[in-house]
Design a protein around this ligand. Structure first.
Ligand code: PLP
Length: 459
């Protein structure tokens, strides 16, 4: 039995198809939002639009304009908008039972088993899952608590360029200073080591890895390293918000060694990079390194339901009943959606598809970069893709990426940004994106790059 329709059947046929955007209905809703919603609303600042419905890797706005969606709600909609195989179970479950705190249900236990099946090799059959709250930041908090509980330590080693969420603990290990400077002090005893970033650090890949690992080793092992009582090392296997910074091979295994040598839990934040995004279930699978504790959220809830999970080695399951709590310890509908999502990816071989299509997209972006030095580097794995833009002097150029995003929006392709200076074009399309849709989107992106960098191209 094949689970649901093939990926070619999931999308609106007419994408992209846009008139002048934002259209009148989007403008009306944006204006209404400005009057009554929080001033913290952010996304419409970059793409001023109101969405109405979505199918697969395509989405329609309130005026009927249809877009190719190359960011998927920031890496959430891995099996696309309104995936029928997922929605079938969602409707069925929603009509029966939605909320059960952490009482057992088939939905809950099926998802735990499914997560065990796809867990990184060293966690498989040695895996516990805690569902402590609905969003990614909750899974990060749970990981920090679990590490502290098991080690008795309080110090955390995180990395420059990291993003882990908006709650206090998650903000502490996040490195973006502007994001947290109004809320300090956060968790004390948190230090940020350099993350290997050969392009920005102007280093060979091996040297960038060596430099990062030496710093971590010193923090942990040098008697004058500064952190008295470490509880663990927390890292994104690929940094998303930081600019799709993809560490060279050797970094994660080096961290594994340092963690083992010092009896520290190694924690991977797979909230953005996991659930098949990179063409493996987890980005750490690329290097075959297993963490002790791992976070998941975003795509875990299927077609956009908020669900997060912290997976961890059984030996760390030392909590007593109720030691980690929360009203929403797993939304039953989201759990069914999560299991169906994993099944859909498996049945349609979407990991291989993500690897192939990702390679194709990166090759096309690199071809643009060959004739345009403003596109400095193309990075990523699978369908986790970043293209870093620089100005004529090689400095980060966020304005170019803003202009690319705007041009793409006006031409029916939704793309997102990332990076310390907003100078990375970030593509996180649904894994169900077809090659045809990808090529159409890339034609638009190529025009957008030319348009946005025309100043120095013609100079
Ligand atoms: N960790 C990573 C790597 C993320 O990319 C994000 C969100 O973008 C988070 C944590 C926080 O997740 P949430 O926004 O669901 O709280």
């Amino acid at each position: 039995m094949t689970a649901g329709p093939p990926i070619a059947d999931l999308h609106y046929d007419d994408a992209p198809n846009v008139g002048s955007v934002p259209g009148p209905e989007s403008r009306r809703l944006l204006e209404r939002q400005r009057e009554i919603d929080s001033s913290a609303v952010a996304y419409p600042e970059d793409i001023p639009v109101a969405f109405e419905e979505g199918k697969g890797a395509t989405v329609r706005d309130a005026d009927g304009n249809t877009y190719i969606d190359m960011f998927a709600g920031i890496g959430v909609l891995n099996v696309g908008h309104a995936n029928p195989y997922v929605l079938e179970a969602v409707h069925e479950q929603a009509d029966k039972l939605v909320h059960t705190v952490d009482f057992p249900s088939e939905a809950r236990l099926d998802l735990i088993e499914k997560l065990n099946e796809i867990a990184p090799a060293g966690l498989r059959d040695n895996n516990r899952v805690v569902f402590g709250g609905p969003t990614g930041s909750d899974a990060v908090e749970a990981s920090i608590k679990l590490a502290k509980y098991n080690t008795g330590g309080d110090g955390l080693i995180a990395f420059r360029g990291s993003y882990h969420g908006a709650t206090s603990g998650a903000m502490s290990i996040t490195s973006n200073k502007g994001f947290k400077d109004d809320y300090t002090p956060l968790l004390p005893e948190t230090v940020h080591a350099p993350y290997p970033f050969p392009f920005r650090q102007d280093k060979e890949p091996d040297a960038a890895v060596e430099h990062a690992l030496e710093e971590v080793k010193e923090i942990v092992e040098d008697p004058y390293g500064g952190l008295a009582n470490p509880a663990g090392i927390f890292v994104e296997p690929i940094q998303g918000e930081g600019g799709v910074v993809t560490p060279p091979e050797g970094f994660l295994s080096g961290l594994r060694d340092i963690a083992d040598d010092n009896d520290l839990p190694l924690m991977f934040d797979e909230i953005q990079s996991g659930m098949g995004r990179t063409g493996e279930w987890w980005a750490c699978d690329w290097e075959g390194v297993t963490p002790d504790i791992m976070t998941s959220a975003k795509a875990l809830g299927g077609t956009g339901f908020p669900l997060s999970a912290t997976m961890y080695r059984e030996e760390l399951d030392t909590w007593g009943s109720g030691d980690h709590a929360g009203t929403y310890r797993g939304h039953v509908v989201a759990m069914r959606a999560g299991t169906r999502t994993i099944e859909y990816v498996q049945e349609h071989d979407l990991l291989a598809h993500a690897r192939d299509l990702g390679d194709h997209i990166r090759a096309r972006l690199r071809a643009i970069g060959e004739s345009n030095p403003r596109l400095g580097e193309v990075r990523g794995k699978g369908l986790f893709i970043g293209a870093e833009f620089v100005d004529g002097e090689g400095a980060p150029d966020g304005d170019a990426v803003d202009a690319i995003q705007q041009y793409c929006f006006e031409h029916g392709v939704l793309v997102w940004t990332a990076g310390r200076h907003g100078n990375v074009l970030r593509l996180l399309p649904p894994l169900v994106l077809t090659r045809d849709l990808a090529d159409t989107a890339l034609d638009v992106i190529a025009d957008a790059v030319e348009h946005a960098t025309a100043d120095t191209q013609s100079a």
